[in-house]
Design a protein around this ligand. Structure first.
Ligand code: 9Z3
Length: 381
């Protein structure tokens, strides 16, 4: 068995040794049917949005687990803007994290009970009127709720939104592999928007305690294995034609661009969106390779001298420690998207305003991505 004391898990050995989660077959079927349905509509583009943090359970009868930071705001908000841009959306999200539309009324920020008022029956009314109290949305909230409710109903009636839940990093990896296999048949019409915060470390099945770990020893030591970098086979084998966007989260600003470049260089996909933990709602940076932009073609990403080499194993770890070491800066282009630029009049928005009256950075992100994705599709024709 592969473990931290021997070889790190490769993607292949991971899927050979770690059991598929319960419900994988049913969820995979749902995602596959959704893709097939929209594949038949030639004008439709499909995006997979991953959202929320993955967990790593410490016990199989799980009382404790490690978690990755993410409320699911980025993913849920982005899914709404993709829908408004005409995409069919598979929303692969962490159980109980924020979801499109309902995220506007999260229990902590804007509890939905606060929107409601009770209307008492009037005594003088005709015999046909109710004698029971009824509930209505208070007038001051109706205006902001209306477009959200409308967009929510549109997505339901048109069946353009499919939500699928994951919890552990193992659930996530199996579901990602499965949905990618289905989406590969969309060729360039498929986009992958990988905003979920995925654990870098996990406990292989054989190391997970069956029952609640007892505290009588005083301390707890954990040795975790590295989660295999599935982005590599995803880009190079599972869906070589898909348009793939990954996110890079850092807390040290100085690392954001070098690490985003390192990820592009390593995996060979189209775009990394870098975000700083504290600034993520106001600014993000798009990091792309120049040659991909100029050519507007993707096949070059996997072959030929014009694409930076895919960095392998040892080099990969070196570049993780010193992300600037192997990167030719001239190969990359960075574009910052900042909400401040809106105020200065240097960026336009799709609708002018977010639904709550405030512009959300996801609106700018999705507008940019829709253009890039279309160029990616057109480049093949
Ligand atoms: C992100 O960077 C997301 O934008 C956030 C969104 C998790 C910051 P919220 O849900 O936060 O709005 O609260 N996601 C990717 C994080 C990640 O795990 N990236 C890996 C990395 O940085 C690469 S896949 O190494």
């Amino acid at each position: 068995m592969t473990s931290s004391s021997s070889q790190p898990f490769s993607t292949e050995s991971y899927f050979q040794t770690q059991k598929p989660p319960a419900g994988l077959k049913e969820k995979s079927e749902k995602m596959h049917n959704f893709v097939e349905k929209w594949k038949a509509v030639k004008s439709k583009k499909v995006v997979l949005v991953t959202s929320g943090g993955t967990t790593v359970p410490l016990e199989s009868n799980t009382v404790r687990f490690l978690d990755n930071f993410s409320a699911g705001t980025r993913g849920a908000t982005s899914a709404e803007y993709f829908l408004s841009q005409g995409y069919a959306v598979i929303f692969l999200h962490r159980l109980h994290s924020l979801r499109p539309f309902s995220r506007h009324y999260s229990h902590s920020l804007n509890p939905f009970l606060d929107l409601l008022s009770v209307v008492q029956p009037t005594t003088s009314s005709s015999s046909s009127s109710s004698t029971e109290p009824s509930i209505i949305v208070s007038k001051e909230y109706t205006k902001s709720l209306l477009p959200i409710l409308q967009a929510y109903h549109d997505s339901q009636n048109s069946e353009t939104l499919l939500s699928i839940e994951f919890q552990t990093v193992n659930d996530y990896l199996w579901l990602l592999k499965s949905v990618t296999a289905s989406m590969a048949s969309l060729s360039r019409r498929g986009m992958f928007y990988l905003a979920a915060a995925v654990s870098d470390f996990f406990l292989p099945e054989e190391k997970v305690a069956e029952h609640k770990i007892q505290s009588n020893k005083g301390t707890l030591s954990l040795e975790m294995d590295q989660v295999p970098k599935v982005l590599k086979p995803l880009v190079q084998e599972w869906t070589p034609e898909g348009y793939i966007v990954s996110f890079k989260l850092e807390t040290d600003e100085a690392l954001l661009i070098p690490k985003s470049r390192a990820a592009l260089s390593r995996y060979g996909h189209q775009l990394v969106i870098g975000n700083d933990l504290h600034r993520r709602k106001y600014e993000v940076v798009f990091v792309e390779r120049r040659n991909l932009l100029q050519k507007g073609k993707g096949d070059e990403r996997l072959k030929g001298a014009e694409t930076p080499p895919i960095i392998e194993s040892d080099e990969e770890n070196k570049s993780e420690l010193n992300p600037t070491a192997l990167i030719d800066k001239e190969e990359y282009k960075e574009t910052w998207l900042r909400l401040d630029d809106l105020k200065n009049g240097t960026a336009e928005t799709v609708n002018g305003k977010g639904r709550d009256g405030e512009v959300e950075i996801e609106e700018l992100i999705i507008k940019e991505l829709v253009d890039r994705h279309q160029r990616w599709i057109d480049a093949k024709m």
